[in-house]
Design a protein around this ligand. Structure first.
Ligand SMILES: NC(=O)c1ccc[n+]([C@@H]2O[C@H](COP(=O)([O-])OP(=O)(O)OC[C@H]3O[C@@H](n4cnc5c(N)ncnc54)[C@H](OP(=O)(O)O)[C@@H]3O)[C@@H](O)[C@H]2O)c1
Length: 234
């Protein structure tokens, strides 16, 4: 690897215990960023903390349950205390729920998925915003399933977060804060395996293959409000 691209950058990556979030956070650390990572329990991040290597400050782990307002507030406070300011927020954590049409979704599931993927993610963003630097970036991890039939709460929350990205992009333009919805596309993770149980995971790209646009945006690129990782050209 050449010179670190994110030296001095302070970043928060949610849902970094595995999958896309972990690959993004590992690469951010490798590029010299000071990174706070979250998962529902800090112990889920132990292997990340053990394996992450980079020339910058040591990463820190925070517990965050997006469905719990107190946890959201406490994790945001702790992240800001650790970093001092936030240059990049990657809202990656999310839950899938059932792949069903709305009329078949079990009682309580819609509420839980909306609480984590939409309300919790927006409340976390709101709590981090005062600490965000001018010119910072918010990357909301989107999905091709946004608004897609048969994806119930998940698809609804992803479509709503796409709308929130456009809204925030306009609201935060005076501070030069770039808000981008980034769709990683089909990626070999636990969530993908749950969504496509009969698929051979070996046929799906590894999470490390989608980190390019995350790094470029963290570095200062602005691809517009929405970008597909598969179509990204550096
Ligand atoms: N994989 C794909 O093909 C694909 C395609 C399009 C979009 N995406 C999006 O990419 C993002 C990452 O997905 P992934 O495939 O990497 O999923 P994943 O492997 O299931 O990882 C999800 C991450 O989110 C965390 N998380 C789950 N529920 C949470 C909650 N209630 N509060 C806080 N953290 C929570 C998990 O932490 P714990 O350790 O606490 O469980 C984990 O670190 C998601 O936003 C997903 O919608 C994925």
């Amino acid at each position: 690897m050449g010179a670190p691209r994110l030296q001095g950058v302070r970043a928060v990556v949610t849902g970094a215990s595995r999958g896309v979030g972990r690959a993004v956070a590992e690469r951010f650390v490798a590029e010299g960023a000071h990174v706070v990572v979250t998962a529902r329990a800090e112990h889920r991040l132990e292997s990340f903390l053990r394996d992450a290597r980079g020339p910058g400050a040591r990463p820190a782990a925070m517990a965050l349950e997006l469905g719990e307002p107190h946890s959201v507030a406490a994790a945001a406070r702790a992240a800001v205390l650790e970093l001092g300011r936030v240059d990049v927020l990657v809202n990656n954590a999310g839950v899938l729920g059932s792949r069903l049409p709305l009329e078949d979704v079990p009682d309580g599931e819609l509420e839980a998925v909306v609480a984590a993927n939409l309300v919790g993610t927006l409340r976390f963003t709101q709590a981090i915003l005062p600490a965000m630097s001018d010119g910072a970036a918010i990357i909301n991890v989107s999905s091709g399933a946004a608004g897609r039939a048969g994806w119930a709460g998940y698809g609804i929350t992803k479509a709503a977060m796409d709308a929130a990205t456009r809204m925030l992009r306009e609201e935060l333009a005076p501070r030069g804060i770039r808000c981008v919805a980034l769709n990683p596309g089909g990626t070999r993770t636990a969530m993908r395996a749950a969504a496509y149980p009969s698929e051979d995971p070996a046929t799906v790209p590894h999470p490390r293959s989608v980190v390019g646009p995350f790094v470029a945006i963290a570095e200062g690129a602005d691809p517009g409000w929405h970008v597909e990782a598969r179509e990204w050209t550096p």
